[in-house]
Every structure is written in C-alpha cells, then in structure tokens.
Write a protein that binds this ligand. Structure first.
Ligand SMILES: Nc1ncnc2c1ncn2[C@@H]1O[C@H](COP(=O)(O)OP(=O)(O)OP(=O)(O)O)[C@@H](O)[C@H]1O
Ligand SMILES: Nc1ncnc2c1ncn2[C@@H]1O[C@H](COP(=O)(O)OP(=O)(O)OP(=O)(O)O)[C@@H](O)[C@H]1O
Ligand SMILES: [Mg+2]
Ligand SMILES: [Mg+2]
Lengths: 227, 227
C-alpha cells in the first residue's frame, strides 16, 4: 500500500546540504503493522512526512496504493491526507484555541461528515483514549500525555487506511501506553496499516516488523520481535 | 533545598473544579537525584511548575532553600528562575525564530554573562548534547529529539543549583538517552539537585529515589531502584 523508491530529501545546498533522507526504499503491505526505529536525527519523521504526503521528496518515487503521488495536484493530495491517512504528529500540532472535542472533529468537517456523526465519533474516540472528562479542555489545560491522546483520537476519526504515528506513546506512562497499544492492535486487526515511529523496544516488540533507519536510509528490515 | 507543604492547585471551581494537586508534601535535599513517576494527568508537570516558580499554588507553602517563595515579589522569583533553577520543559518551549545557539544563550543574557562567555558556554553545552553540527539550525529545522536536546542545553548554561527536567528523554532513542543520563549523573556528582519526571523505568532506575504521584498527591517515597 506504501512503496518508496530511492526517496531522498535534502535541506540546504552545497557543503551546507543535509541529507535527511538518502535513498530510502521501502514497501509496506496493506494492513501491515510496522515499527520504525533509529537514532535521534536519523530521518524517521522526515520519512513519515513523505509517506503522509506532507512533504515532497527531493528525488525518488512514492506510490500510495499504486498511484504515483508526485504526479498528483495539491487538491488530490489534500483529499488523500484527509480521508486515507491518519497522522499522529511527534509534536501533536493541536489547535490551541479549540477544545479537545473540536480538535478531534476538525478532520471530519473537511470530509463532509454530518455534524451529529462528527460529535458522536469524536466523543467515542476521546472516550476510547481515556479522555471522557477532558473533552471540553483546550490543549493548554491538558497534560502532555492528554494532548498526545487527543492527537491520537484525531488521527482515527476519518477511519483512514493508513495510520502514521510518530512516537505516539512518548508522553505516556506505561499503563496508558498499554491501552494505546491495544487500540492500535485493534485497528491493525481491522485491516488498517499501522506505521509507528518509536524508540521504545517494548512498544516495537508488539508489531509484525521493525524497520531500522540510520543516516537517512533503511538499514535493514527484520521481523519483530528479536530475530 | 526544596520543601513543599500541603501544596494544592485547583483549576476551575464548583463541580467543574479539577484538583491537579491535592495536598503535596515533599522534601528534596541539596544535591539529591530524584525521579518523579505517575500516570498521565496525575499532576507531575503541575508540581514541577510550582517547584520551578512558574506557577503559584492555590494553597500550601513552598520553601526554596528555606525561603518562603509565596512571600517573594515577582522580580525576585524571576531572578531565582533564571539563576538557581534550570528547567527542561515537557514541550521544550524553544523560541522558533532563534537558532539553537541563540536559544541556549538567552538565559545568560538575563544573567548578565559577557557575550564571549555566553557563546563559549552555549557552544560547549550544545556539543555536550551531540548537536555540534546543528547549532545554527532553527527549531523547525531540527528533529524532535534534537529540539529536546537544545532544551536540555539551555537549562544548564546558568549552572543552576536545581535542574528540573520534565520527561527529558521522551523524544530520544536509547543511545542518546544514555548520553543524556550520563550528563545528568555528572551534574548530580557536581552537587546539583536533579528532579526528573520520567515514565521510563530504565531511566528512573539510575536515580537515588523515586517519588510516585497519583491523583495530585505523593503516593509514597521509595529509594531507587526496586525496593
Ligand atoms: N489550565 C487547566 N485547566 C484545567 N485543568 C488543567 C489545567 N492544566 C492542567 N489541568 C489538569 O491537571 C491535571 C494534571 O496535569 P499535569 O500536566 O500536571 O499532569 P502530568 O502528570 O504531567 O501528566 P503527563 O504525564 O500526561 O504529562 C490533568 O488532569 C490536566 O487535565
Ligand atoms: N528544515 C530543515 N533544515 C535543515 N535540516 C533539517 C530540516 N528539517 C530536518 N532537518 C534535519 O534532518 C535530519 C532528520 O530529521 P528527522 O526529524 O527526520 O529525524 P528523526 O529521526 O525524526 O529524529 P527524532 O528521533 O529526534 O525525532 C535531522 O538531522 C535534522 O536536523
Ligand atoms: Mg522525529
Ligand atoms: Mg506532564
């Protein structure tokens, strides 16, 4: 469902050039559950941004469900991002002037979901991540881990085929992490491809496959947990 | 060096009231190395903000080096925050329009450090956290873990007596985490009190003492690692 071929991403130029991605080749099948690990600065978030159609590569091809993404106009990309891909950002990117509930409902506004269904689905998602009593709080009135969970709820409400989660349990204690992992596992069972950047081995161990990134390239693919 | 007595923090009022802190009593000795753990939303960051003089409690007393902080005017608090306390925020709070180097130099401007010493100390701190080649990057040009490390460097440059670190390795891979832990250990050896919120047991294990927080109160104090 996701195929990256020789993807490169360069920032700057000349001897100031930073090769954030240096020839990434990656195939992710429909419904696969995949962890992405690697050192800080190795290119994981950059790669996720390319997969999530948020960033265009400097070179290489990206096929999403066999469509060459680089040939698509911006409107099509925006639809794909909204309807097919759910993204949990490393820095959450919640809108600070909106409540948790409004933040979670926003993607459904763009998708044309009815206002009653938006509310129901958003409430269900927030209850599912344990935020039943915090729905009306704004992000500044939420703890770090609560904000992270709002970001997770928001990524799910349009029922995407691919969930991209960049360090989704970074701010969570072990029990809440377990609950989020059970949620991801259910989504995976339901046929959603889950691609998750994590630096926690216990989280990576729960996936089907671990992809290692080093200096902007895929080091090797191996099957989870410890082969 | 830090003494909290019956500290409470309430948001909202009536039946909407959230007791983020509900009678916290805590004593931290000079130079102690202490981990704070607890579920998401249990009050850890709120407590850190009170200790860091960033937030006033709703009730209770806070003695910092035996001075009653609640009796101090804002100017004195600002000096204390700048000179005695280093704070690594859970959400980093770097200034996006400044480079990593300028971000790290800023606390020293307020402290009246000469411009040559500011530059030297800031560069040393950034090299120490592995960011030698990223000093001129702005936060948007840095990975999540790199931003976290800039926040760590910034907390150290005024040589505080207390380092407050809210999930300082949340965005870091295991090797970088180890390097940061070695740095904290050195600071501790040098006599700095290190108070660190973490949800990672491997990180907490390296401290002298683990304080558990639950529903806004200290559950129990116990000595690290597993007593
Ligand atoms: N301004 C506010 N208004 C209302 N409630 C708030 C406000 N700020 C924080 N809270 C609530 O106070 C509680 C404690 O928050 P705090 O940030 O201290 O938790 P935490 O232990 O740091 O959690 P995490 O591990 O997720 O970072 C949370 O339940 C949060 O929703
Ligand atoms: N706009 C930019 N200009 C210059 N360099 C950049 C820019 N954005 C990212 N980089 C660099 O690209 C590299 C890869 O960044 P990326 O965010 O993908 O790392 P990461 O693997 O997600 O790291 P982390 O685990 O710390 O989140 C980093 O070294 C970073 O400094
Ligand atoms: Mg990243
Ligand atoms: Mg917190």
């Amino acid at each position: 469902v996701v195929r990256l071929e020789e993807i490169t991403k360069v920032y700057g130029s000349g001897d100031m050039a930073v090769h954030a991605l240096a020839g990434v080749n990656l195939n992710i099948k429909k419904g696969e559950y995949c962890a992405i690990m690697g050192a800080s600065g190795s290119g994981k978030s950059t790669m996720m941004n390319v997969i999530g159609c948020l960033d265009r590569p400097s070179a290489g091809r990206y096929y999403l469900e066999n469509l060459d993404v680089s040939q698509l106009p911006e409107d099509d990309l925006a639809r794909i991002r909204n309807l097919q891909i759910g993204f949990v950002f490393q820095q959450f990117h919640l809108l600070s002037q909106l409540s948790a509930l409004d933040n979670v409902m926003l993607p459904m506004v763009y998708a044309g979901v009815s206002s009653r269904d938006r509310r129901d689905r958003a409430e269900d998602a927030l209850i599912r991540v344990g935020l039943k009593d915090r729905m009306l709080n704004k992000p500044t009135q939420l703890s770090g881990g609560q904000q992270q969970r709002v970001a997770i709820a928001r990524a799910l409400v349009n029922r995407p085929v691919i969930l991209l989660a960049d360090e989704p349990t970074g701010a969570l204690d072990s029990r809440t992490t377990q609950e989020v992992m059970e949620l991801f596992s259910e989504l995976h069972q339901a046929g959603i491809a889950v691609i998750m950047v994590t630096h926690e081995p216990d989280v990576a161990r729960l996936t089907e496959r671990i992809v290692w990134v080093k200096d902007g390239a895929i080091l090797h693919n191996r099957l989870a947990p410890d082969d």
